[in-house]
Design a protein around this ligand. Sequence first.
Ligand code: AR6
Ligand code: MG
Length: 362
Amino acid sequence: MATLSRFRGSLVGAVLGDCIGAIYECEGNVKLKDVLKTVKDLETNFKKLKDGEKLELLPFTDDTAMARSVAASLVAKKGFDVKDMAKRFTDEFHLEPNRGYGGSVGAVFAALRKDDPDDVFEPARKQFDGQGSYGNGGAMRIAPAALGCLKQGFEKLKTVTVDISQITHSHPQAIQGAVLQSSAVDLALREDQSEQLDRDRFLDKLIERIKPMEEEELKKSKETVTDSPSPKRKAKRKSDTVEMPYCHKLEKMKEFLRKDVSVSTIEEELGNDISALGSVPAAVYSFLKAYKKIPGIETDSAFKRTIIYAISLGGDTDTIATMAAGMAGAYYGYEAIPESWQASCEGVEDAKKFAQDLLELQ
Ligand code: AR6
Ligand code: MG
């Protein structure tokens, strides 16, 4: 479970999902054949390299920029320190604001820098008339927390995840999405690879963790229905409007995994957008789906299938791929990650070092 291979697998996997996925971000419908060509090119170009030559690196985006801050803070503080983490996010954003951050999160960093509030959650809480952001920014960066909290168990991981999310994303669905993502990485790290992965059981364990959070939120929203409505998002998909949408989507996945479901069905039922609810389930599904062969993706590597399939879903490709690959790397380990892909992406060496440092925290 807590091995260097699986820690490295998760963090390096997440970097590759981000860098490769970013090629297709916001492209609308992504053609699988284009994604297959992209990764084939990475492999061909790597083979052509002569001694001492280096590839032009695919840059990482805000997903990795923020995940690095999560890892760096946990390592420097030997655990979670909310002020330190908020400062690292803020400094990192101001150092390189053009990493593809979401449209509204910059305002949180600006307020954190300008006001330096005692309560670091305050600027995020004020977003969107007090609803908070429901974007996937809390989930996309969270994998290092699963590594850092592995020894302490789920309750600790949950508390830390909620707080890391709330620095920028305080909408309940953003927080639940972050907990779903960190849980999936945590469970992937813990799975015994010598046994078959029981995908229904994996989903049941995730449901067990998310259900109480959704139930609590539902109760709150029913209590406050008349005076101040609890955060609701304008949903574009029917599957986002059900009472406990994360649990609903996790249950649906069991059915989808048993048959060959089209990408458009996945987009409709699970989503592929920048909201947490519209992307974390798609990432979990990509990881579980790619455990077995996928028609049209002719590779024996389940790790590669995960990234290729996640990107083929379209929409917020870098973030769905980074989250899915964070799980896949945690499960399959570092050795499953192709050298040519690593050599093509920015930030891999740092991810390896962070994995080592987080392992030493255990
Ligand atoms: N009400 C209305 N619109 C909202 C709300 C809300 N409560 N919350 C979010 N939005 P942001 P992120 C819309 O800025 O989650 C990048 O590609 C609003 O249009 O918090 O950090 C990253 O890599 C807002 O501008 O960003 C991520 O994949 C947008 O959602 C992705 O963007 C994004 O919310 C989201 O990053
Ligand atoms: Mg993104």
